[in-house]
Ligand binder design. Structure first.
Ligand SMILES: [Zn+2]
Length: 421
């Protein structure tokens, strides 16, 4: 197979792109109204219920099939009926308001100004939700789902435990493994193909308690932590490095001990924030750190992150979120470039995210090819200036409308990556 340039856009795809651009204008106001409704709903992590109801109602009204919520409370529906299975994902939970006084517009009152819609969660990730819902709708309505069945997911719990809800959906609730996952997080209409992973690690140093008046009878765990801290810092120079994502990092972020000012501490616990390159596993991280602190009376472990869905389901699990990177010549990435080229006549920048996403499960844990595209801008994420440009929002829907056809095309011509030959 010849290397296919994204500039080689088939006539069929160009014709469909023209129809998408025209028809998207007709649903523009409905898409904005839907997004405004989502912004009005305060949906902190674990409290997504009202947004799930709202997106389910929208997808029902738009004629989607299999409109339902899974047991963890994710909103799901499908369009198309082809053999290739795409999962469109955007999360419904949002970062919490730190200080409402900092917001130029009230965070829960969607405000239109200068062609932008302002409000909490607009950039992370509700404009992404509106993009995938209206994109899937346009694809179905225009009859251009190609060889694809598209599952649209408004997911939960992403801000606190990215990937946990998606793991549950695939491993417990039986969603068939998709051929590819698209994440509608902030990319400013460019493509993202990965990010570093992250995890929390605890190192517990053992001592022996004694009254503080007789320290010679105890073993001070805080003093014993000194060489442990030195060893942890010394190993940072040797952390794995990825040529695209950069080096892993490791930072000691907290030290805790018994809250007893007049005792020799029997233990102290060091918390580490670790950023990961693709391929690192929970086992590899723990064993590296354990090797670095060997012989220092320290125990290394991954803490369990407590997570409960709004439906009351316990999804707690190790606080480990692997990194991932889609190959530069992956068919999925080629389909993303083709989609943009057909719609707007040029191939967008391809980059990686600074932040972590549900891709930590789909790509990092499950190994499913995953790609990011969204109309929102990273600079407004988790800020009081939370907003989305409405021209870009419309383009978000256009991308998700045309993508299945571009993906079908790439698959049908047997495009395979250089690496797999
Ligand atoms: Zn997000």
């Amino acid at each position: 197979m010849q290397f296919m340039s994204a500039n080689t856009v088939s006539h069929h795809l160009l014709e469909a792109a023209a129809r998408v651009r025209r028809r998207a204008e007709d649903v523009r106001q409905a898409q904005i109204d839907f997004l405004a409704d989502l912004i009005r709903l305060k949906t902190y992590t674990g409290e997504e219920g009202p947004a799930v109801e709202r997106i389910l109602a929208e997808m029902r009204a738009l004629g989607f099939a299999q409109v339902r919520a899974d047991s963890a409370g994710d909103a799901l529906a499908a369009v198309g009926d082809g053999p290739l299975h795409l999962l469109y994902d955007a999360h419904l939970d949002e970062n919490e308001i730190a200080d409402e006084a900092d917001w130029p517009h009230p965070p829960l009152e969607p405000t239109l100004a200068d062609g932008k819609l302002y409000g909490l969660g607009a950039s992370d990730c509700k404009a992404g939700v509106a993009s995938i819902v209206y994109g899937a709708y346009l694809a179905a309505e225009l009859g251009i789902t190609g060889d694809c069945t598209i599952t649209v997911q408004g997911s939960t719990l992403e801000e606190d435990a990215e990937g946990f809800a998606m793991r549950h959906l695939m491993e417990q609730d039986g969603l068939p493994r998709p051929d590819a996952v698209l994440l509608a997080e902030a990319t400013d209409l460019t493509l993202r193909r990965g990010h570093r992973g992250r995890c929390e690690v605890k190192v517990r140093v053992r001592g022996k308690a004694a009254h503080a008046s007789t320290p010679e009878l105890g073993e001070n765990a805080i003093l014993k932590a000194r060489p442990v801290l030195d060893a942890l810092e010394a190993m940072t120079a040797r952390l794995p490095r990825d040529p695209v994502l950069g080096p892993g990092t490791q930072v000691v972020t907290m030290i805790e001990s018994p809250h007893t000012p007049n005792s020799v501490p029997a233990w102290c616990e060091i918390t580490i924030d670790r950023r990961l390159t693709p391929g690192e596993t929970a086992e590899s991280v723990v064993s590296e750190i354990a090797a670095a602190v060997a012989g220092l009376d320290a125990e290394v472990f991954l803490p369990i992150q407590p997570v409960t869905s709004w439906t009351g389901l316990d999804l707690s699990g190790p606080a480990f979120f692997p990194g991932w990177l889609l190959e530069e010549d992956a068919p999925l990435l080629e389909a993303g470039k083709l989609t943009c080229a057909a719609l707007w006549g040029r191939v967008p920048r391809v980059d990686v995210w600074k932040f972590s996403t549900n891709g930590t499960y789909s790509a990092g844990a499950a190994g499913i090819p995953t790609l990011g595209f969204g109309p929102m801008e990273e600079q407004y994420v988790h800020t009081p200036h939370d907003q989305v440009d409405l021209e870009k929002l419309l383009k978000g829907a256009m991308f998700y409308a045309l993508f299945p056809l571009a993906y079908s095309y790439v698959q049908s011509i047997g495009w395979e990556s250089e690496a797999s030959k």
